[in-house]
Design a protein around this ligand. Structure first.
Ligand SMILES: [Ca+2]
Ligand SMILES: [Ca+2]
Ligand SMILES: [Ca+2]
Ligand SMILES: [Ca+2]
Length: 305
């Protein structure tokens, strides 16, 4: 891990040094604006080196990026300013499912507005994940659509969230595992069927950790946070950088992730007008791609010049 990181940083340094002196590289930049290239490059470095928060407004969209050089670009962002989380027109999300199938009683994720949630940073709506009061403990999954990221080296999933009184460890009902309460990011590493992206009773495979790599971002429990009654600075950022070298090649052209939230409780007495024993508010999901080295099919001739 440490070595790979150093190799990446060294390669990047070599390319930055060579770019002004290499004739062919100038041609490959085409008409792209040089200040946005520098900006994009700086973001690659600051994300990889420092875990800096991605500002999606500063990134070019990936489908208009044709640079073969290091870049950071935006695949999508979502601030949930609508009614339904997933609709047919939306290229971003595939589905929302519970670990015991869809529409499970009192376990849910819904788009709610600020009058129900409290202060929001991005628009007037956000996602609220909740569990159910009593002994049951569940996970809720927001599953992305497939994306072709084969031309990139890393992808980043980032979101803002408010943890509401979460606990360090809870025990999942379906398998008895102890997991931290709250959100994480899972990446599909098998075929569509194995990951539960197709087929009957897909939720059983969707929750199978043999088919998904789990990424656990740093965890903030928010003991003093309460729905409708938290400070604006209760909003935290979670960011997961996924090295595509860890994702099987056949999955890189249809990369799928899910935001999984584990919770053992929800509203007090399962009454949405009451406070929450546990909840997670999520907003401003950002999905970005990073290219650290040139595309393999168009390498710079480092020996030239
Ligand atoms: Ca929003
Ligand atoms: Ca429960
Ligand atoms: Ca709690
Ligand atoms: Ca709890």
């Amino acid at each position: 891990m440490g070595n790979q990181r150093w190799v990446s940083v060294c390669l990047l340094a070599v390319f930055i040094t060579l770019i002004p002196f290499t004739n062919c590289s100038r041609a490959k930049f085409g008409e792209a604006d040089s200040s946005s290239k520098t900006d994009s490059l700086n973001q690659v470095l600051s994300i990889i080196e420092d875990g800096d928060e991605i500002n999606p407004e500063r990134l070019p969209e990936c489908d208009v990026v044709d640079s073969e050089f290091p870049t950071a670009c935006l695949i999508f962002k979502d601030s949930f300013e609508r009614e339904a989380i997933v609709d047919n027109e939306d290229f971003r999300w595939d589905t929302v499912l519970m670990d015991k199938s869809s529409n499970f009683r009192d376990v849910d994720v819904k788009i709610e507005d600020s009058s129900h949630l409290g202060s929001l940073d991005y628009g007037d709506k956000a996602l609220l994940f909740r569990g159910r009061e009593g002994g049951s403990t569940h996970e809720v999954y927001l599953v992305s659509a497939p994306f072709d990221v084969a031309d990139y080296d890393k992808v980043v999933v980032q979101y803002r969230y408010v943890p509401i009184d979460l606990e360090n460890r809870i025990k999942l009902s379906w398998n008895g595992w102890r997991v931290p309460e709250g959100p994480r990011v899972d990446v599909c590493t098998e075929d569509d069927y194995e990951c539960g992206l197709t087929g009957e009773r897909r939720y059983k495979r969707l929750r199978d950790p043999d088919n998904w790599n789990h990424h656990w971002p740093e965890f903030s429990p928010g003991e003093t946070n309460q729905i409708r009654n938290y400070a604006l600075d209760a909003w935290q950022m979670q960011q997961v950088v996924i090295d595509l070298a860890d994702v099987p090649e056949q999955r890189r052209s249809k990369f799928v992730f899910k935001i999984a939230v584990a919770l053992d409780e929800g509203y007090v007495c399962d009454d949405r007008e009451k406070e929450m024993e546990d909840g997670v508010i999520v907003d401003q999901v950002v999905f970005a791609a990073l290219r650290i080295r040139p595309k393999s099919d168009s390498r710079i001739d480092l020996a030239g010049d």
